[in-house]
Structures are given as C-alpha cells and as structure tokens.
Design a protein around this ligand. Structure first.
Ligand SMILES: *[C@@H]1O[C@H](CO)[C@@H](O)[C@H](O)[C@H]1NC(C)=O
Length: 230
C-alpha cells in the first residue's frame, strides 16, 4: 500500500510538472485559458489537446518502449546440462500446467541480464517481461504459479538462483507497470541451448517465464542459468 501511495504521489507530482511545462510552452493558450474572449469551444479543445498530450507524455516517461533482447542458440546442450547438474537449483522440474517465473531485479553493478536454458525431451514456453516498479530487493527469486490449482497458489523460493530457502509467497496481483520484452513462445530447448541477453532499460525487475501451462501431462526438466553482466 505504501509503495502504491508513493507511486501515486510521484505520478501527480510529475503530472503537475508536466502541465506547467506544456502551459508555459503554449503562452497563447495560457492567455486564453480563462475563456473570457467567448471562444469557449476553442478553449475546451485546447485544454483537451493539452490534457491528451500530458497523458501520453506521462505514460511514455513511465514506461519507455523496450528494445528486443539479443538471442542466440547453441548446440552445446550436453555441456550445459553437465555443467548445471553440478550447480545448486539450476535443474528444476516445471510440472504440467505450471509456469515458473524467475524475478531478476536490475542492479547498479551490471548493465544487462543474461540467460541460457535447455530441457530434457520436450520443448518449453519462454517469455520475458519487465516490471517498472521500483526495486525493493536485490535477490533473484523463483515463483511457481500452478494453473491446475484453482486458488492460483504461488510458491516462492527466496534467494539468488544458487540458494534455496523456501518461503511462502504472496498471491499474484495484476500489475500495470508490466511491459513485454519477448512474448511467450514454445522453444525447442530440448534440441539446442536457448540463450540471450537484455540491456537494462532502467530500474525494475525482469520476469523470465518458463511456461509449461499448455502441457496436460508432461512435466519438463529445465536446466537454466540467469546472470548479470557489466
Ligand atoms: C508429473 O508430476 C506430477 C507431480 O509430481 C505427477 O503426479 C505426474 O505423474 C507427473 N507426470 C508424468 C507424466 O510423469
């Protein structure tokens, strides 16, 4: 609630700053803003244009467009799997109907996020989203949403990818700060390693989605690694 209120406050501050900006850049309109010269229609129209202008600038400032990620594939599936088997929490099962989301906050020491993954036997859906909400935690967390469960229960594994205290998470909430970088597509991660990177667009949290929600029966064994790069 507090962050929501802070955000609201910041938004209204920005809005008032923007409206003063646009009014001062249209002195003619400012002069007629009192609507004393009888052209009420013109005045209303001008106000409406300024209002629309403010709103569009505001949303642009809040959520600038995101660049697509750089992606590549590698034939070194066996090598990656062998390496990740030796690392803690790098091999996981994404059960049938489930979506595993890795939350990766931006950090000041790095400029981009990188990932690589592969699966055993079958494909998996993969997509990337960016949450522009201010970063409150430095840890990379893993969230499982069980679509097969009516309650949409969410489980949270706290800590960096290579660290696994289990903690009960909060319920998923709709978030208007969420922007799409790469929509979820099924990837042939059982045939080659899927890898990629994305330059931080600003402060926020990446959501890397490994989506097995389309699978009625098959659990997927996922080998994955997420890391930062300068
Ligand atoms: C997938 O995992 C669930 C839960 O552990 C299990 O009940 C089910 O039998 C598994 N499905 C397959 C096809 O192995």
């Amino acid at each position: 609630l507090r962050t929501a209120m802070e955000k609201l406050e910041a938004t209204s501050q920005l809005q008032s700053r923007l409206s003063s900006l646009s009014f001062s850049s249209f002195p003619g309109i400012t002069a007629k803003h009192g609507c004393t010269d009888g052209s009420v229609l013109m005045c209303t129209l001008a106000s409406l244009i300024i209002y629309t202008f403010n709103i569009s600038i505001l949303s642009l400032l809040q959520m600038p467009p995101l660049n697509p990620p750089t992606t590549w594939t590698s034939a070194a599936v066996k090598e990656l799997k062998a390496k990740l088997r030796t690392e803690k929490d790098s091999v996981v099962t994404v059960y049938r109907g489930d979506i595993m989301t890795v939350h990766v906050p931006t950090v000041p020491e790095a400029t981009k996020v990188c990932w690589e993954f592969a699966t055993d036997g079958y494909d998996i859906g993969f997509g990337i989203y960016f949450d522009w909400s201010p970063v409150t935690s430095r840890s990379i967390t893993v969230h499982i949403s069980e679509s097969s469960d009516d309650e949409d229960e969410e489980e949270e594994l706290e800590g960096p990818v290579s660290n696994g205290d289990v903690e009960k998470g909060s319920k998923t909430q709709t978030n208007s700060n969420l922007a799409e970088i790469l929509p979820v597509y099924r990837q042939d991660s059982h045939l080659s390693v899927l890898a990629g990177s994305h330059d931080f667009p600003g402060e926020g949290t990446y959501l890397l989605k490994f989506d097995n929600s389309y699978s009625l029966w098959r659990n997927k064994t996922l080998y994955y690694r997420v890391y930062y790069s300068a």
